[in-house]
Design a protein around this ligand. Sequence first.
Ligand SMILES: [Zn+2]
Length: 253
Amino acid sequence: MTVHTGPVSETARTDREPQGLHLPQFAERQSLRQQVAHALRAALVAGEMRPGVLYSAPMLAEKFGVSATPVREAMLDLTGEGLVEPVRNKGFRVTELSERDLDEITSLRTLIEVPTVAEVARRMDDELRPQVEALREGAREIEILAVRRDLIAYVEADRRFHLALLDLAGNRHLVSVIANLRARSRLYGLQRLADRGELGASAREHEQIIDLVLRGDAEGVAALMERHIGHVRGTWAGRGERRAAVDSGSSAG
Ligand SMILES: [Zn+2]
C-alpha cells in the first residue's frame, strides 16, 4: 500500500502541508470502515444477519455505535464481495447461499487448509516456533468468547486465528482465498451450539492445533483440522431448524 498511515514528523518540518491533520483522519476512517466490514462479515457468518431481511445503513450504524457513512462504505465492500445486494433507496439484503454452495465451500476449505497447516507443522523449527506460540493468545480469546457466547466476536477471532496460522506457510494468495471462502460460510447453528454450551469444545481445539503444530505432528494436526472444519459443516445443520422456524413464523429460538 502506498497510503501513509500517519504523519511523518521528520519531513513535516521541511515539507509542510496545509492540511497536516487530514492524513491521520483519513487513515482512521479507513480502519473504521474495515472494522465495520469485518464485523458485518462475522455477523453474516454467525447468522446474525439473514437472507430475506432488509438492513439499512442507519439501523446498522446505530447497532455499531458509529455514523452511517462507514457502514455504507463497508456495505459497498461487501457488495463487491458478493455477500450482500443493494436494495435501491432502502439498504442491503444478504445474498442467499444454497446448501450446495456451503458444501462446496467447506470442501474447498478442507482441500486447502488441511495440507497447509500440516505443512507448517512439518516445517517446524526454531524460527517458526515463536510465531506459532504467538497464536496462543488468540486461541484463548476464542475460548473466552465461546463462554461469553459473543458469536460475532467469536467468528471474527476464529477468522484471525486461522488466517494467521495459514499465513505461516508463506502463501499470501492462499490466505486471501481462504479469507474470501470463510466470509461465504454460514454458521447458522452457532447460536444453538452456544445455547447448549457446546461451542467450548470446538473453541478448545485451537490450542490443540497449536500444540500439534509445535510438536511437528503433521498427521495429527491434519486429522484435527479436518474435524475442526467439519464442525463448520455440522454447525449449519441448524438449517433444518431454521426452515422449521421460518415455516412456523416467529420462534423463541
Ligand atoms: Zn476455528
